[in-house]
Design a protein. Structure first.
Length: 169
């Protein structure tokens, strides 16, 4: 099974200068949690998720319409091609802990999105009598790998103490 057999071709997108209020509206209307950030020629330059929007608005002293996608997008994007084997794409999702992969053509232009939702809806139970290209087990292994958290000591985050949370200035 190829990525093109599973991916969504109708993709909502935004540009680098799209404000977060507009990006959120595009996600709401498109029932999606991620937008590829594309250039005028359709090249993917980043991605922005609903989580990126929520955290940016929650941590900055600015309204969503004052922050642009390019300020908070993830610039390093993992992707795949439509003719890639679905298991190769799932392996990449597991390794990089991503739920969605932009699908690009040979010119690096956006051709679609492969989401975990797409994968789930195409999976079938394993069958001892005939081969199945994409099984529930494939989905669960991928989802489990994506959901596994890094150890706190590996994340290099400063953990707040009770004193710092209750301190008054």
């Amino acid at each position: 099974m190829k990525v093109k057999d599973v991916m969504s071709e109708r993709v909502r997108v935004c540009g680098f200068n799209t404000n977060l209020a507009t990006a959120a509206a595009i996600m709401w209307e498109g029932d999606c949690g991620m937008l590829p950030v594309i250039t005028d020629d359709g090249t993917v330059e980043g991605i922005i998720t609903d989580r990126d929007i929520a955290i940016a608005v929650g941590t900055r002293n600015q309204c969503a319409n004052e922050i642009i996608a390019g300020e908070v997008m993830t610039g390093h994007v993992w992707g795949c091609k439509a003719d890639d084997d679905i298991h190769t794409a799932l392996k990449l999702m597991r390794k990089e802990k991503v739920r969605r992969l932009p699908v690009v053509n040979d010119e690096a232009k956006l051709a679609g999105i492969l989401s975990l939702n797409d994968v789930v809806t195409h999976a079938k139970p394993a069958d001892a009598h005939k081969p199945v290209d994409l099984t529930y087990d494939d989905v669960m292994k991928t989802f489990k790998a994506i959901c596994e958290h890094c150890h706190a000591e590996d994340m290099e985050l400063e953990q707040p103490t009770i004193a710092s949370m209750t301190a008054t200035t």
